[in-house]
Design a protein around this ligand. Structure first.
Ligand code: CUV
Ligand code: SF4
Length: 665
């Protein structure tokens, strides 16, 4: 195993490691130090602590806890563990879906002309979504269609019965399973509220019954919140296509104003992208002694503007404090989710301004410049100006790390389909064929956070390397993508060097890297769409379940990751999470999630801290699915004897982020 066991203990990333070492000398605290100091509570960690009422908290510990221990009310360990887990799903679903709700509102405000800074940019995508929703679009004004789309999708949040609109996008057989076991989601808000209700004191006590509602809530996240968010972001800002960018701390420029967008929401960030290239603003920056304005990103706001504009990323979750420690960040503006409040205090040791911008999120010690979709441009200009005004305050204090790596991002499901045949015959045939033939062994979604409790990004790196070596195609999102990007794995060159011969042959023929950056965490919904298209294409499974595909979140930490893992499981994908199990106290709950769910939905959720075992289990699932589908047995090294290198014309097309290369399979 490569970096995971190497000398770098806190982060597997050399650039991050340099800053961490510098911080140690400077006695500046990071999440890595706090993770060391604060050992997880061993009772809560495994789900055995109930605090839903004030007769407790009840901590169910002891040798015979599983059979005998109960809370004051009599709740069993399995009840408590399941209840805690369902609350995590509800939390995660709320986050993605509340973000989606704001996207819908922005689309509506753009379509009605209320939000003058936003426009429908991708009419093709709008029509596609309108078609799915059964909304007439031919011959109508684009904004009228946009308004109808927004109003229809908005109903899915408060819907009281029936099913979410996007449920119908799933393969028929997948939908049948959901109906059979009662997990078809009704309304997004309704499922979250019902989960909160059923897990409060004295309501639902049957672990399986509780977890079933958990899955229904998770599906409301995947086929609701996340999918709605991805679609509307595409409609407003464009459907991503391949774009070149850079990753790691070296993206900061010594002689330019460095501004970072961090969090999850793309709306304000999109306007900031416009504002930083406004000649008047650039002039203003020059008047303060800077050569220009350099915009960078972090976490998923980064992924959003990276996918659509090639804005460079300073990396994922655990890089946020380290970014500030470079001393080069003039301002960092944060919206919602995965923002460590620690950055506000830390920023006081540097000249960096931390600016919160969401109505929903304030951090003591940060400056608040509130974003409103009706005056987006003004807010963006204020923030950019604050960064510029702060440039002259920059000192030399900091760890000026210059490492950076090129990357290619921007693989929407539309583009993946297109590159397999062009706009007229785009299909998933080449990919399905390659899997059937055993050139590609299977597909893994490598996603989720990076985490200071392991050598950060190290598990992502290890799995990315090993999976592509084993001819497994990777689709990545969120901080998983950032981990691969800051490792230099998101270029065709580097990754093709590491890929197994069968996978390499396919990637070279289609003109794609073996690790496809699909976007932010809500863009995990793109994986659902891809899996659905592969089922429809034929030759593999007729539903999402049964595909040689696995989801992995080796360093997850957020409740959102739990919601995502569960919607994949319910959709038919076996999922493996790293770290210690949050349901580890109950064998009964673990069995439901690994065995009962697999019988019902062909998906499951495992927790496995050992990366070698994660890899082995993933390959085992993939090979078992291949066997069940009677596909050709995967033989390592069987394909790819003659290397066809991507010709220069094809490479140029990709570099331009342009049309499909002229190479067939
Ligand atoms: Ni968008 S949830 S840390 S990967 S952004 Fe990364 Fe998610 Fe957060 Fe986890
Ligand atoms: Fe304890 Fe029951 Fe209250 Fe939970 S609900 S804290 S187990 S008494």
């Amino acid at each position: 195993m490569s970096d995971v066991h190497s000398g770098i203990k806190k982060s597997a990333d050399a650039a991050a490691g340099k800053i961490i070492s510098w911080a140690e000398i400077e006695k500046l605290e990071t999440c890595f130090d706090r993770a060391n100091r604060l050992k997880p509570c061993p009772i809560g960690e495994t789900g055995a602590c109930c605090r839903v009422c004030h007769m407790g908290p009840c901590r169910l510990v002891g040798k015979n806890a599983e059979e005998e221990a109960v809370g004051v009310c009599g709740a069993s360990l399995s009840t408590i563990v399941a209840r805690n887990f369902v609350r995590m799903i509800a939390g995660g679903t709320s986050a993605h879906s509340d973000h989606a709700r704001d996207m819908v509102h922005t689309l509506h405000a753009a379509a009605t002309g209320e939000a003058k800074d936003f426009h429908i940019r991708d009419v093709k995508k709008l029509y596609k979504v309108a078609g799915i929703l059964g909304i007439e679009f031919e011959g109508r004004a684009v904004n009228d269609v946009g308004k109808d789309v927004a109003e229809t999708l908005l109903q899915d949040f408060g819907r009281q019965g029936g099913e979410l609109n996007y449920v119908r996008r799933a393969p028929g057989k997948t939908q049948e399973r959901w109906k059979k076991y009662g997990i078809t989601p009704r309304g997004i808000d309704r499922e979250v509220v019902e989960s909160m209700h059923r897990t409060t004191m004295g309501v639902d006590h049957d672990p399986d019954h509780l977890l079933t509602q958990g899955l229904r809530t998770a599906l409301a996240d995947g086929w609701g919140g996340c999918m709605v968010s991805s679609d509307i972001t595409d409609i407003l800002f464009g459907t991503p296509k391949p774009v070149k960018a850079e990753a790691s701390f070296g993206i900061f420029k010594e002689d330019e104003v460095n501004l970072i967008v961090h969090g999850h929401e793309p709306t304000l960030a999109e306007i900031i992208v416009e504002v930083v290239s406004d000649p008047a603003m650039v002039e203003y920056a020059k008047s303060k002694g800077a050569k220009g304005i350099n915009l960078g990103g972090m976490c998923c706001t980064a992924n959003e503007v990276l996918m659509r504009h090639g804005i460079p990323t300073a990396g994922g979750f655990t890089n946020q404090e380290l970014g500030i420690m470079t001393g080069l960040v003039d301002a960092i503006t944060v919206d919602v989710q995965c923002i460590m409040p620690a950055i506000a205090k830390l920023s006081k040791k540097f000249h960096t301004k931390v600016i919160t911008n969401s109505k929903k999120a304030m951090i003591p010690g940060a400056v608040h410049v509130e974003y409103d979709e009706h005056s987006a441009r003004e807010t963006a200009e204020t923030i950019v100006r604050m960064a510029i005004d702060n440039f002259p305050n920059r000192t030399t204090k900091g760890s000026h790390v210059t490492d950076k790596f090129p990357l290619i991002a921007g693989f929407s499901h539309e583009y993946i389909e297109y590159m397999q045949g062009g706009s007229w015959r785009g299909s998933f045939r080449p990919l399905n064929d390659a899997i059937m033939a055993g050139r590609i062994r299977g597909v893994v979604g490598l996603a989720g956070c990076d985490n200071p409790r392991v050598p950060s990004t190290g598990l992502h790196r290890f799995l990315a390397e090993e999976l592509i070596k084993n001819d497994v195609l990777i689709v990545s999102t969120g901080c998983g993508s950032a981990a691969c990007g800051t490792a230099g794995y998101l270029t065709p060159e580097t990754a093709l060097e590491m890929a197994g011969p069968g996978l390499r042959e396919v990637c070279e023929a289609i003109g794609i890297p073996p690790i496809l950056h699909l976007g932010s965490c809500v863009d995990n919904s793109r994986i659902l769409t891809i899996a659905t298209a592969m089922a429809a294409e034929g030759g593999l499974s007729e539903e999402i379940g049964g595909m040689p595909a696995v989801g992995i979140a080796p360093e997850w930490m957020s409740e959102k990751a739990i919601a995502i893992g569960c919607y994949f499981a319910a959709s038919g994908v076996p999922v493996i999470f790293g770290g210690h199990s949050p349901v580890g106290a109950s064998k009964e709950v673990e069995d439901i999630m690994t065995k009962v769910w697999f019988d019902r939905f062909m998906g499951s959720l495992h927790f496995e801290p050992d990366p070698e075992k994660i890899l082995a289990l993933a390959l085992q699932y993939i090979d078992a699915a291949r066997d069940a589908l009677k596909l050709r047995k995967y033989e390592p090294g069987k394909f790819g004897a003659e290397r066809v290198l991507l010709d220069m014309a094809a490479r140029r097309e990709i570099d331009k982020g342009g049309a499909r290369p002229h190479v067939g399979l």
